[in-house]
Design a binder for this molecule. Structure first.
Ligand code: 2HG
Ligand code: ZN
Length: 445
């Protein structure tokens, strides 16, 4: 069999995963564009393996044929790292959706790459446990993609990002070799940690097929409040106060964003007049935990679960409200908290119409540029401003294809070279997610 021609390749792939799991033409539509509509392109086929052995056989076949592959989970990424750009094959991991053993002692659970975050939360809740990472895309985002991008979300202040949840990994290298370290031990220093190397590697080093996830205790009670502030300094005072109790989430929004969500989603805004800055805090325990955090600031403290859900909607529906206005340029950045005020002053001067919100305790702002402001020149100006303030140009969504050209603002030449060398060692033919994170190097380099 020769797989150099398209037909031979597709026949070989059908032989591995079955006729109905190699999609072509119109059937590939849902896999070819990202959620915002900003990134995407054609694919020669979408291949949907059922298990690790099939993933390995598919990759071996593609590697032998020199065919580039884009691994894809729930397709909730926002930087173009999980969709085809140029005819690459899409390797969809969604069918790897087995929920394995839950170890109540560690506690942890073993899951396939295609299991959604919401499913893990449901399974964990049955044991009074939770996955430490939660995000608005929970119903579609899959664990493989969340590990591959080191997803963060709303509870990083309490439990860290995916990196802190990963206790073991199974993955397949470009040539089909399966690497497995699934002991799930809480302490395990027998050499460099492969799971940590693959976490955040955005599909350029290997394809993650299964993971052991640490679970955290589910808080018996939580309290939620929306707090108004005049400026970033006021918002940071809320962060300082909430750190004295047990924070689960500290999210920031601005008046323009809240007004946009209220209009788009019909969610009522409980504070009038609308403060310039709003911080949504969730803490472990009852409403009394919030008394000192709220102080004499304008605030709305949730009285029941429905109230809390409404407050959270004001935050979680920002993304869809932004998208309803058109295709945004999304800049997901971190700024050191002591420079946040200075950064925002300059940001507002460059892009006064931007919708910014995010995860305040980590200094993670999602700066969404819309309409006439959604230009490459503004993107460049904002990312340079971030670098000037000693921040990161890729906070939690990853580099993808969106920020490859700006990676040097955040990572030194030595670091980028080391990453190229690791990639070359693990995927010599460069078939895994080419053009993501790192620029494609010519073969003579
Ligand atoms: C969030 O925090 C997500 O809601 C999406 O990271 C951010 O839409 C965005 O810019
Ligand atoms: Zn976010």
């Amino acid at each position: 069999m020769t797989t150099a021609d398209g037909d031979g390749l597709l026949a070989a792939l059908r032989g591995i995963v079955g006729q109905s799991h190699v999609l072509t033409g119109e059937d590939t539509t849902g896999y070819c564009a990202d959620w915002t509509g900003r990134f995407g392109g054609p694919t020669r086929a979408v291949v949907r393996p059922a298990d690790t052995a099939q993933v390995a056989a598919v990759l071996r076949t593609c590697n032998d044929a020199g065919v580039p592959v884009v691994p894809q989970g729930g397709n909730t990424g926002l930087v173009g790292g999980g969709v085809p750009r140029n005819g690459e094959l899409v390797l969809s991991l969604r069918r790897l959706d087995t929920v394995g053993a839950l170890d109540p002692h560690t506690p942890s659970v073993t899951v396939g790459a295609g299991v959604t975050a919401a499913t893990v939360q449901r399974v964990a809740a049955g044991h009074d446990l939770a996955l430490g990472v939660d995000l608005a895309a929970r119903d579609s985002a899959t664990i493989g993609g969340m590990v591959a991008t080191n997803a963060g979300g709303i509870h990083v202040v309490a439990h860290g990002s995916m990196r802190q949840q990963v206790l073991g990994v199974e993955a397949v290298l470009a040539d089909g070799t399966v690497v497995r370290h699934m002991t799930g031990l809480a302490k395990d220093n027998a050499g460099p940690d492969l799971a940590q190397l693959l976490t955040g590697s955005e599909g350029i080093l290997a394809v993650i097929t299964a993971v052991i996830l640490r679970l955290v205790p589910r808080p018996a009670d939580t309290a939620v409040a929306l707090i108004g502030c005049d400026d970033p300094a006021g918002a940071l005072a809320v962060v300082a106060a909430v750190r004295r109790v047990r924070p689960l989430a500290v999210e920031v929004m601005r008046a323009a964003g809240i007004a946009m969500v209220a209009e788009h989603a019909g969610v009522p805004v409980p504070l009038a007049p609308l403060p310039a800055w709003l911080v949504l805090v969730e803490v472990e325990g009852g409403p009394t935990q919030l008394e000192e955090v709220v102080g004499d600031r304008p605030s709305a403290v949730a009285q029941d679960a429905a109230d809390a859900r409404r407050l959270w909607q004001l935050r979680e529906r920002h993304t869809e409200a932004v998208n309803a206005r058109g295709v945004p340029v999304k800049l997901d950045v971190t700024v050191p908290l002591d420079r946040l005020g200075a950064f925002v002053d300059r940001l507002d001067a460059i892009v006064p119409g931007a919708i910014s919100f995010g995860h305040l305790a980590e200094g993670n702002l999602h700066v969404n540029l819309l309409g006439e402001e959604a230009t490459a020149a503004n993107e460049d100006a904002v990312l340079r401003l971030v670098a000037e303030h000693h921040g990161s140009i890729a906070s939690e969504h990853g580099v993808g294809v969106a920020k490859v050209g700006h990676l040097h603002l955040t990572r030194s030449a030595g670091e980028v070279d080391a990453l190229h060398r690791i990639r070359q060692a693990m995927d010599p033919a460069g078939i895994l997610n080419p053009g993501v994170v790192l620029p494609v190097r010519r073969p003579d380099r």
